[in-house]
Design a protein around this ligand. Structure first.
Ligand SMILES: Cc1ncc(C[n+]2csc(CCOP(=O)(O)OP(=O)(O)O)c2C)c(N)n1
Ligand SMILES: [Mg+2]
Length: 298
């Protein structure tokens, strides 16, 4: 993993690791809840925690429009684990209150969040307060017509949209190599959107990139795009078995790049955290998992 030295304080780096470990715990418990039939479906964020947690911190206060896998983003924003799981249990359309959290609900309809995100940015401009908005979408979603429409509208209107593409290499069983001939960043550039590719496995690189793009957005209005490369470690959802269509070696390679394990190791090695800190966090995540089970076993 490429490592950078950012201006992040030790406290902030610990907070990032803490949220990454919490997101992993929620993912693990939600998968068990699904196996017990206590929720209907789960789309895990395992492998994408570095991107999600660091981007969410960098986006402090900025309206976020997610896809459906941004579990860690919602947790950092302040949704409780119970609220994040709620939409997957049929209990609620959206477990959290979108307005105070400044985060729209998850959507399962690919790319359907992208034009409304552009509309949000344009709407705030018409209201005279020109807010930026950040929208998450996958590599598969980028193949939808709505994505092309959103890119074009944002570019033509110079809307303050930060497009955050999560390229995990797969749209369920369809690899990126069979979906597109150029990178998503190159495609966005063709629409007139400033874009770049960033390693989404290192939270400090992600934090720097999102912070820098937001700064540019504040001084030079117009859309920007970051294409993050991440690994999908688990199957697409709890209803999928990636072993059917994905090489064992490819899955093993993704596991070996696990961003949570890597960041945990890094902060232990450089003394930012110690075994006692990790043990205390482990107790907290166990409690949180027990609470989640209690809530959904009712
Ligand atoms: C409009 C639409 N078409 C098809 C689907 C079925 N579908 C659900 S997820 C998915 C793949 C999405 O891949 P990607 O955008 O890369 O997101 P990822 O699951 O990898 O996070 C597809 C085709 C859908 N939900 N919506
Ligand atoms: Mg994908």
């Amino acid at each position: 993993m490429t490592q950078v030295t950012t201006g992040l304080t030790s406290a902030m780096r610990r907070q990032i690791l803490e949220q990454m470990l919490i997101a992993r715990a929620v993912d693990e418990e939600a998968i068990l809840l699904r196996k017990q039939g206590l929720i209907d479906l789960w789309a895990p964020c395992t492998g994408q925690e570095a991107l999600q947690v660091a981007a969410a911190y960098a986006l402090d206060g900025v309206v976020i429009v997610p896809s459906y896998r941004e579990v860690a983003v919602a947790l950092v924003r302040g949704a409780t684990p119970e609220q994040v799981v709620a939409g997957w249990s049929g209990r609620s359309f959206c477990g959290w209150q979108p307005r105070p959290l400044r985060m729209f609900p998850f959507t399962l309809v690919l790319a359907s969040q992208m034009l409304p995100a552009v509309g949000y940015a344009l709407g705030t401009r018409i209201q005279g307060r020109a807010e930026p908005v950040a929208v998450f979408f996958g590599d598969g979603a980028s193949s939808e017509g709505d994505a092309a429409e959103a890119f074009n509208l944002a570019a033509v209107e110079q809307a303050n949209v930060l497009f955050l593409n999560v390229n995990n290499g797969w749209a369920i069983s369809k690899p990126t190599s069979e979906q597109m001939r150029t990178s998503i960043a190159a495609r966005a550039a063709g629409f007139g959107i400033a874009s770049r590719q960033v390693d989404g496995r290192d939270p400090e690189i992600v934090y720097d990139a999102v912070t820098a793009e937001l700064r540019l957005l504040a001084t030079e209005p117009g859309p920007r795009l970051i294409e993050f490369s991440v690994d999908r470690i688990l199957s697409h959802t709890s209803s999928d078995s990636q072993e059917i269509y994905r090489d064992e070696a490819d899955i093993a390679a993704a596991v070996s790049r696990d961003p949570v394990a890597a960041y945990r190791r890094r902060l232990l090695e450089d003394g930012t955290v110690d075994p006692d800190w990790l043990a205390e966090l482990e107790r907290r995540t166990s409690d949180l998992r027990a609470d989640l089970l209690k809530e959904y076993a009712r």
